[in-house]
Write a protein of this length. Structure first.
Ligand code: V0V
Ligand code: CO
Length: 146
């Protein structure tokens, strides 16, 4: 069951400048940052609020590490802006299989590694009314070593 908005992914050209905008304008601080080479992103997670399912909602600021990555290609075409939304679930495997069964393309056969040790998969935007949609299961608290 999808129980929260886990994050909104925002593509940017310059992560440091974008982080500074969110800090100076809204007071949001970086909760965690990392490079995910498989996804081709350098990212910063800004925690907005905790959620009633025990998780939290974040903004995920994304700078591409290479031009041919998903975010690099998207930025070249669209410029900066909202790139994807992510729903949180305790069971990304079960929920993604159930959604696949409804005829929506799930991009990975098995969930891959996401921010803070989470497990993630994506639904094709063309099957979701133009919205690239991610499903996330957060790492157990002990494993989420940020
Ligand atoms: C592409 N399209 C999008 C889109 N990206 N539509 C809405 N939102 C997006 N973000 C549209 C694009 O305009 C095209 O439509 C069509 O899909 C095909 O796009 P393309 O430019 O030819 O690109 P593809 O097909 O090579 O790749 C698109 C997909 C790719 C969605 C398959 O971006 C992908 O695999 N994304 C999943 C991985 C990802 O996004 N990683 C970065 C975040 P027209 O022009 O044909 O109408 S990593 C992350 O979130 C992490 C680590 C985390 O949360 O922990
Ligand atoms: Co994401």
């Amino acid at each position: 069951m999808l129980t929260r908005i886990d994050h909104i992914g925002i593509a940017c050209f310059d992560l440091d400048k974008t982080v500074e905008f969110y800090r100076a304008t809204y007071g949001f601080e970086v909760f965690h940052s990392e490079v995910n080479e498989e996804q081709g992103v350098r990212e910063a997670m800004l925690k907005i609020n905790e959620t009633s399912d025990g998780g939290a909602s974040y903004l995920q600021l994304l700078e591409p590490t290479r031009e041919d990555s998903a975010v690099g290609k998207w930025l070249a075409k669209n410029g900066e802006g909202v790139h994807h939304i992510a729903f949180g679930t305790a069971d990304v495997d079960g929920d993604s299989e159930a959604i696949r069964g409804k005829g929506v393309r799930v991009l990975y056969d098995e969930p891959r590694t996401g921010s803070m040790g989470s497990r993630i998969t994506f639904l094709h935007p063309k099957d979701c009314h133009g919205v690239l949609t991610e499903l996330v299961t957060a790492a157990p608290p002990a494993a989420a070593d940020h």
